[in-house]
Design a protein around this ligand. Structure first.
Ligand code: F6R
Length: 614
């Protein structure tokens, strides 16, 4: 979703901003723009569509002032208020065109603000909520405030969320930034400073960052920076080092980030497990949960809140925790949680699962849980993200940056961490030593097992070629692999735009069987596990209606060859961990089909990587 980068220093800002925008592309956008501040002149260029459209305008209309300017802000916009047009693209300007700003988030009271600003004579030129902020700051400057003061006063009047960066013609070299519930960080270089909504935008320049907290402001010039609270008090700096490398945010020889990230599955699992397994004790060490250790011992219910792929990981995790830690778990779409009146007592913990740690619905669910006084936990990939900071305790995935919009390695990492959490919760309850040892042993084998599946990727390519012309797909699984079926269907629809539905195998006869014909292939996860015979019956129901079947099966399963048209064999592991392996062929299948359809795989239409609006 929308991305921000800002720069002030001694170098030309333009190439740094453009490069930053390219690194933010993965978040999803439909227009982009740049403003350069050079001495007292502010120049802005915006364009609809891909960054190449903005680059073309820059090439055609570049002037010396823009090329030489050493301060600037830039933005990729994902339309919320107002369609993707040049006028609606950021940066937005005040009436006098003396102030430009970029904004992520939503200004909920913009209609009221806009009416009162229009009554005061301000002329709006876009349909966006953001523009109200530009005029509000202009009004405060006209009332005699400095830029810093005007931004603070304006932010105090805003209801909603913001990551904001502002430049003004009469304050050369300066950027004022502010944050409320929309991520923003300050990058610290040598005599140069950056503002970004996401570390990937600035990683080539510095690894030293300060994550702004809610209602904090950063004021940067090439001479230094200052962080202030909403009341204007200086805040002590707290620099952190980002441990991402450039190679982690480049494609490294792969055609797409999605392909690279699927093939990073084994290392994502290894990173999630590193230093956490205690094989002899049949237990795990999760330092991030220490702060909540006592409370966790006494909880009698867990509620998992998450969205999309992370929600499906939660569904599988709930089964693990219920079966092995004997703790009841409810899994809710985060967007539903806060609007339902679910009776929860103080012995309930709420666990947010989020790759980005910035998903607005999941964050809102955590705020709601905190309001109710419940213990909040997180399984989060992005270190220092809002959900990581706002939950009382949690476990990081350490999967490394996931750039492709469609989540792959984060999903298997989330399942791995849920496996660890199951052992953690189980061993403080009734889980016997031998069961703990077995799960820990199997967790340790996962990197090798996933590697062996990836070595057979060519077999999935061949299957994808045979099926890529179908218009609809059904995905079925049961118990632990029902969420895998949902995730497989989601992967196919989001990157190939082919309709796919995930169902529990047992539900076929309650409706979807009516769809089955020779035109509807079913991808069935039929492993040698506790529901194997039931799954066989389900695929027989499909077979009897001539539906083509692609089976994901356990190696050496001879019985399936008579029932399925195509079979992908995978190694055996314990049932609770089997989704981690079974999802890989489904990710590869979706990837290959999308490739055959010529889709923009890393940036599927209408989608954003980090969904920071509710
Ligand atoms: C699908 C996908 C999304 C995300 C969802 C939650 O491939 O990536 O469904 O899983 O938007 O995002 P996070 O995990 O960042 O909270």
């Amino acid at each position: 979703m929308c991305g921000i980068i800002g720069y002030t220093g001694k170098r030309n800002a333009l190439p740094i901003l453009l490069d930053g925008l390219k690194r933010l592309e993965y978040r999803g956008y439909d227009s982009a723009g740049i403003s350069i501040l050079n001495n007292n002149s502010l120049i802005r260029l915006r364009a609809v569509g891909q960054l190449s459209a903005l680059e073309k305008r820059l090439n055609d209309e570049l002037n010396k002032s823009m090329a030489d300017g050493a301060t600037g802000i830039a933005h990729t916009r994902w339309a919320t208020h107002g369609s993707p047009t040049e006028n609606n693209a950021h940066p937005h300007a005040d009436c006098a065109d003396k102030l430009h700003l970029v904004h992520n988030g939503i200004i909920e009271n913009y209609q009221t603000l806009k009416s009162s600003l229009e009554s005061a004579g301000h002329i709006f030129s876009s349909e966006t909520d953001t523009e109200a902020l530009a005029h509000l700051i202009e009004q405060e400057i006209n009332n005699g405030q400095s830029l810093d003061e005007a931004v603070m006063t304006a932010v105090q009047q805003i209801k909603g969320t913001l990551g904001l960066a502002v430049v003004a013609a009469n304050e050369p070299d300066k950027i004022v930034a502010a944050r409320r519930s929309s991520p923003l960080l300050l990058g610290i270089g040598q005599g140069e400073y950056f503002i970004a909504s996401d570390p990937s935008a600035i990683i080539p320049h510095t690894s030293q960052v300060i994550y702004l907290k809610d209602d904090e402001f950063a004021i940067i010039t090439p001479a230094g920076y200052e962080i202030k609270s909403l009341s204007g008090q200086s805040v002590a700096p707290r620099t952190e080092t980002i441990d991402w490398s450039i190679s982690e945010i480049t494609r490294g020889g792969y055609d797409t980030f999605m392909e690279k990230e699927i093939f990073e599955g084994p290392s994502a699992i290894a990173n999630a497990l590193r230093g956490r397994l205690l094989p002899d004790d049949g237990n795990v060490k999760l330092g991030g949960l220490d702060a909540a250790e006592n409370k966790l011992r006494y909880i009698d219910k867990l509620v998992i809140v998450s969205c999309g792929t992370s929600y499906y990981a939660g569904l599988a995790g709930a089964m693990m925790i219920e079966e092995y830690a004997k703790l009841p778990v409810a899994v809710l779409h985060a967007s539903e949680f806060r609007y339902r009146d679910i009776p929860l007592d103080k012995n309930t913990a709420v666990l947010a699962i989020s790759q980005s740690g910035e998903t607005a619905d999941t964050l809102a669910a955590i705020h709601e849980a905190k309001k109710r006084g419940l213990l909040t936990l997180g399984i989060v990939n992005v270190v220092g993200s809002s959900i990581a900071r706002e939950t009382e305790a949690g476990v990081y995935n350490h999967a490394g940056p996931e750039i492709s919009v469609a989540s792959t390695k984060a999903f298997i990492s989330q399942l791995t961490v849920l496996g660890l959490l199951t052992v953690y919760l189980g061993r403080t309850r009734t889980m016997p030593l031998a069961i703990g040892q077995r799960i820990v042993r199997e967790l340790a084998r996962l990197p090798d097992l996933t590697e062996s599946i990836l070595k057979q990727a060519h077999k999935i390519c061949a299957i994808a070629e045979r099926y890529n012309s179908f218009k609809n797909f059904l995905y079925i699984g049961r118990k632990y692999n029902y969420p895998t079926a949902l995730e497989g269907a989601l992967k196919l629809k989001e990157i190939s735009y082919i309709h796919a539905e995930g169902y529990p195998g047992g539900e076929l006869k309650h409706g979807p069987l009516a769809l089955v014909t020779t035109d509807l292939p079913t991808v069935a996860i039929v492993l040698r596990d506790s529901i194997y015979e039931k799954m066989l019956s389900n695929i027989q129901e499909i077979r009897a209606r001539q539906g083509p079947i692609i089976a994901i099966a356990t190696e050496n399963d001879a019985r399936l060859s008579e029932l399925a048209d195509d079979i992908f064999y995978m190694p055996k592991t314990i049932e609770m961990l089997s989704p981690i392996l079974a999802v890989i062929p489904l990710q590869l299948f979706a990837y290959e089909v999308a490739k055959l359809h010529g889709r923009d795989i890393d940036k599927p239409r209408n989608l954003a990587k980090s969904v920071t609006v509710e």
